[in-house]
Design a protein around this ligand. Structure first.
Ligand SMILES: NC(=O)c1ccc[n+]([C@@H]2O[C@H](COP(=O)([O-])OP(=O)(O)OC[C@H]3O[C@@H](n4cnc5c(N)ncnc54)[C@H](O)[C@@H]3O)[C@@H](O)[C@H]2O)c1
Length: 357
């Protein structure tokens, strides 16, 4: 599904000179602007798995930024830990100084940010070595934790999907899988509007939150097969395997988890079952939008909120294009992204800042 016509522009893997940790920066595309993508600090069996992750996730960032209408390209970084490896504060600091040097070596083609396993404090360390990092703490002029704007984009996407299905939030049955930073906010917002919630999480400690919002807690294994209207995947990616899709009993899947489809044709498998799937890279763009519009473009909060709410309209356009062209929402979103990238290549869009073309 990933923009097959585009190869990555530049990928560098190295071993941090202070930390000794393998790390990768993958720049997929700068056609629309400096590539943006968070840094994932994660454990991998092989460091090359981290490289593959960076490549896959950076391509998804190109799509995400293009569809969201941002003058931003797609990139990603990964610091690969060994299974079970835990960094001391000193090792962690070294890792992010090393990442800062690696980002700086891209001379403005790539900007990093927070992602799975990293925090705003880590971004401050990166900033000691390069200015190309966003997602600063709120008291340093940044947006702080991006989960709130991400959740707002998910909420807007759920509303658009309900419109499409002819459902109201108050009558909605919704299953939220993963009650972390984003999932818990989305679950809370939907519960506040009267939706009937079923929830689960790998972490049994999240059960207390489920009780607080009046949601029914189900075992992980049952969450995907429960009859419901909308499933919101908000844990890790790869949840939608062929087996899981075959067992779903819902009308739509709309959630923030990155790379939800386990197979390249997962969108078609969902369409064949008559299940509306909102592409994850559209639904979860709120955090990136907030960081870019706040920290790079200096827009006031009300304008940023309006742009995040606009994710719902973007998704409506995608559903319209999908219906009109007889393709899946993902194929429609990729078409929209490819059109923007082609316009940029032909000079029809303003040229990016910070990188020579
Ligand atoms: N935080 C953001 O702003 C943001 C932005 C874009 C995309 N995302 C994506 O959204 C997802 C959620 O992000 P988050 O910040 O809430 O993460 P988080 O780490 O705060 O929460 C994830 C939660 O999901 C649970 N979980 C993990 N795998 C699970 C599984 N298979 N089944 C059930 N529960 C599972 C975890 O125990 C945790 O409670 C991730 O895939 C992330 O990449 C987040």
């Amino acid at each position: 599904m990933m923009l097959p016509t585009l190869a990555h522009e530049r990928v560098v893997s190295t071993v941090g000179r202070r930390s000794g940790l393998p790390m990768t920066v993958a720049v997929h595309s700068t056609a629309l602007g400096t590539a943006l993508g968070g840094c994932r600090l994660w454990s991998y069996e092989q460091w090359g798995d981290g490289l593959a992750d960076a490549m896959r996730l950076s391509a998804a960032m190109t799509l995400k930024c293009a569809v969201a209408g941002l003058a931003t390209g797609g990139g990603k970084s990964v610091i690969a830990l060994r299974p079970g490896q835990v960094l001391t504060p000193e090792e962690r600091r070294k890792a992010f100084l090393d990442l800062g040097d690696l980002v700086e070596s891209f001379e403005g083609a790539y900007r990093t940010a927070e992602d799975v396993g990293t925090s705003t404090a880590d971004i401050l360390v990166v900033r000691e070595r390069t200015e190309y990092a966003i997602g600063l703490p709120a008291d340093r002029g940044g947006i702080g934790e991006p989960a709130a704007p991400t959740a707002a984009g998910v909420y807007a996407s759920v509303q658009t999907t309900l419109d499409r299905l002819g459902l109201e939030t108050a009558d909605l049955r919704v299953t939220v899988i993963g009650l972390g930073q984003v999932g818990s906010r989305v679950a809370q917002a939907l519960a506040d509007e009267g939706a009937a919630l079923t929830v689960t999480d790998l972490d049994p400690a999240r059960r207390a939150f489920a009780e607080k919002i009046g949601a029914e807690w189900v075992p992980l294994a049952d969450a995907m097969t429960r009859p419901t209207d909308v499933v919101v995947p908000a844990g890790v990616g790869g949840l939608l395997t062929a087996e899981a899709i075959a067992a779903l009993d819902c009308k739509a899947v709309v959630g923030p988890a990155n790379n939800q489809l386990a197979d390249a044709d997962g969108d078609e498998q969902l369409a064949e079952r008559g299940i509306l799937w909102a592409p994850d890279f559209v639904v979860n763009a709120g955090g990136a939008l907030a960081a870019i519009l706040t920290e790079l473009e200096g827009l006031p909060p009300a304008e940023v909120d309006a742009r995040i709410a606009g994710i719902g309209r973007t998704l409506a356009d995608i559903y319209d294009t999908a219906s009109a062209d007889g393709v899946t929402p993902q194929q429609a979103a990729v078409r929209i992204a490819e059109r923007r990238l082609a316009d940029a290549a032909s000079g029809a869009l303003p040229v990016m800042q910070g990188v020579e073309s």
